[in-house]
Design a protein around this ligand. Structure first.
Ligand code: KG4
Ligand code: ZN
Length: 340
């Protein structure tokens, strides 16, 4: 007899996307609804937490309804409700967590609190059909940069992380300094296509002997370079700055990933978090991994940035492992990876 199909409703509201999704058996995406607030926050140059919370409240129920409708699944047929409870903005997280708790209670469904970063990592199970732990994950989002070993479906070991700015944060800050719009990562990537990545030699902070990252020195070097030209009244070659800055960050991410792949002997590396949408990073890491006998897997573009499919997928594996939350589940803005 075949096993019963498992339907997970995923809910995500950690930053500026309100999202819901239904995923069958951890593999089949039945719906992926994302209501983004990017245009609302763009006017302010970044996410305004108060506004984000208010927009989540407006959108959460319609987004969940739409996810169920598109999946053609009744709430009664859902096996569990998985929701992001951290890390992220506390007021934003609380909206998803409260909605999930209310739906779980009213419909007598199991509740699963999901770590957003683990969700990003698990988006890769939809990209690499044959992907199985153990593998390495390079997590590069707006708030986090880390190298993580996924030892099995429920055990993660962090080998190194950023000591200051996250990769996405560095992209966003440099973009903002250059007068580009929010979010900065995709804008830098676009501008870099028109520039020469060898034009300016920015530092590549390697922190020898450690798997940690540090991007604040690189960020300062870029800002000082731009400032220096402005003071002399010279024109800033923006496309070259974008290309050279992006190349410096990518070099560090690739080199450090290669070192860890060699040290651990792992044969697969996955990209996770918003910066994984960067095509130049995907290409450089794919070649870098191949150089040391490993393979890169990354999510499709829509699953690189925040979404609820990844939360449902992570929720599926927690469901299989009997990891449920009770109604005391609360938002945890500084939740660490591997802590649940
Ligand atoms: O994972 P995510 O959507 O939200 C967080 O969990 O933080 O990541 C957002 C980050 C932002 O810093 C954004 O600028 C960056 O991902 N990002 C990119 C690209 N797309 C998004 N960075 C570089 N290149 C991109 N194409
Ligand atoms: Zn994210």
């Amino acid at each position: 007899m075949s096993e019963k199909d498992i339907y997970i409703l995923g809910i995500e509201s950690s930053c500026d996307e309100t999202a819901a999704s239904v995923v069958k058996n951890g593999r089949e995406v039945l719906s992926n609804i994302i209501s983004t607030q990017i245009l609302v926050h763009r006017k302010f140059g970044g996410v305004v937490p108060e506004i984000a919370s208010r927009k989540h409240i407006e959108h959460i129920m319609p987004v969940i309804d739409e996810a169920l409708k598109q999946a053609n699944v009744e709430l009664a047929a859902i096996d569990a409700i998985a929701v992001t409870y951290g890390p992220g903005l506390v007021g934003a997280l609380l909206v998803g967590v409260s909605a999930a708790k209310a739906l779980a209670f009213a419909n007598d469904k199991p509740l699963i609190g999901v770590n957003h970063l683990e969700g990003h990592v698990f988006a890769n199970f939809l990209a690499g059909e044959d992907l199985k732990p153990p593998f390495l994950s390079l997590v590069v989002s707006g708030g986090h940069t880390s190298l993580l070993v996924v030892e099995d479906y429920n055990t993660f070991k962090s080998l190194g992380q950023t000591r200051d700015d996250a990769a996405g944060e560095a992209f966003d800050k440099i973009a903002r300094y250059m007068g580009l719009q929010y979010p900065g990562g995709p804008e830098i990537e676009k501008l870099a296509l028109q520039g020469n990545k060898k034009a300016i030699e920015f530092p590549r902070p390697m922190l020898p002997g450690s798997n940690d990252f540090s991007f604040s020195g690189l960020k300062s070097a870029v800002i000082n370079y731009i400032h220096g030209l402005e003071q002399k009244g010279e024109e800033v070659p923006k496309a070259d700055v974008a290309a050279s800055f992006q190349a410096a960050i990518i070099d560090v991410l690739v080199k450090k990933s290669q070192l860890v792949l060699q040290a651990t002997g792992l044969k697969n590396i996955v990209l996770a978090g918003g910066v994984s949408a960067n095509k130049a990073l995907q290409d450089a890491l794919a070649s870098g991994a191949a150089e040391v006998g490993a393979r890169l897997i990354h999510p499709t573009p829509i699953l690189c940035t925040d979404n609820a499919v990844m939360i449902a997928v992570r929720g599926y594996y927690m469901y299989k492992n009997n990891e449920f939350s009770d109604y005391t589940l609360n938002a945890n803005p500084s939740l660490q990876i591997g802590n649940r």
